[in-house]
Write a protein that binds this ligand. Structure first.
Ligand SMILES: C=C(O[C@@H]1C=C(C(=O)O)C=C[C@H]1O)C(=O)O
Length: 87
């Protein structure tokens, strides 16, 4: 039982990792764009817009608080990644 559930989690983690890698590839390009255009990394309105969309999508979900927290952490990491390009 536990083995089966953990196998399921391992498979899901593989999918999540693939998607996160794709997302970081895109945020890296956003960082390069910001450098060219002299833009700052942090865009609070954009982050608020994403959180709002997620909250709407997950309105009925008991997991929305967890997922929103995960997104806040993703934003933090993608800002840190973009700081390599933009000062
Ligand atoms: C990716 C961007 O840079 C930052 C990171 C964001 C993200 O990870 O989605 C959103 C807004 C910015 O604070 C962006 O400006 O779109």
């Amino acid at each position: 039982m536990l083995d089966q559930l953990r196998k399921e989690l391992n498979d899901l983690d593989e999918t999540l990792i693939e998607l996160l890698e794709k997302r970081f590839k895109v945020t890296e390009q956003v960082g390069a764009f910001k450098q060219r255009e002299n833009m700052v990394v942090l865009q609070p309105e954009r982050e608020a817009e994403i959180i709002e969309r997620i909250a709407e999508t997950l309105a009925e979900s008991e997991y929305s608080t967890y997922i929103i927290e995960i997104y806040r952490s993703i934003f933090e990491q993608s800002r840190s990644q973009q700081s390599k390009y933009v000062k």
